[in-house]
Design a protein around this ligand. Structure first.
Ligand code: IMP
Ligand code: MG
Length: 180
């Protein structure tokens, strides 16, 4: 049986999201950045972040796939399931991620975006599993650096479970027995 160990409480997350919002506001004063959420994991974080931002923003979403259903390990293959709906040309884009693990998803997304000629691209992630990197990726705003364990809650799932939890938890126990 898997069990959940709390890593960050809702209060700790709230404080970090506030800090991120203040940094973004300072860096984008007088601008109107396009926040580009990487679905599905970003949805809780992005909803909280935009409500704390005191600058106008545009929103769009992409959905990339690197994990199959029921898998707790990245397969290292990335594809676009749902692409941009708006033009990013000459815009200041901020990618909003729930978690950066190997960096493969972000690396792919950066290349996809760069080809569309935005004025700038920055990256904001709530969680960074920095020790798991397979490719180096630039990250401008980080909420928490986290250990190499499988995390759930606050938008992050394991096989579509646990996204609704208000805190972030490490999913411990026999993960492989829960995989397909
Ligand atoms: P990467 O391509 O390995 O950096 O993985 C990025 C994506 O994998 C994230 O945006 C998440 O959707 C998913 N992911 C990576 N680690 C975790 C985790 O610990 N829990 C849930 N999802 C994860
Ligand atoms: Mg994600």
């Amino acid at each position: 049986m898997a069990n959940l160990q709390i890593l960050f409480t809702p209060e700790e997350i709230d404080a970090v999201v506030t800090k991120l919002a203040r940094s973004i506001e300072k860096d984008y004063a007088g601008k109107k950045p396009l926040l580009l959420g990487a679905l599905k994991g970003c949805f809780v974080f992005m909803a909280d972040l935009v409500r704390k931002l005191d600058i106008p923003v545009e929103l769009d979403f992409v959905k990339l796939s690197s994990y199959g259903p029921g898998r707790s390990q990245s397969k290292g293959r990335v594809s676009i399931v749902h692409g941009l709906q708006c033009s990013v040309k000459a815009k200041d884009v901020i990618i909003i991620e729930d978690i950066i693990d190997t960096g493969l998803t972000l690396d792919f997304l950066l290349e996809y975006l760069q080809a569309k000629k935005p004025s700038s691209i920055r990256v904001c992630t709530l969680l960074d599993k920095v020790a798991c990197r397979k490719v180096q990726v630039p990250i401008d705003y980080t909420g928490f650096v986290v250990p190499d364990s499988f995390l759930v809650g606050y938008g992050l799932d394991y096989d579509e479970r646990y996204r609704h939890l208000p805190g972030v938890y490490a999913l411990e126990g026999e993960l492989s027995s829960l995989d397909d």
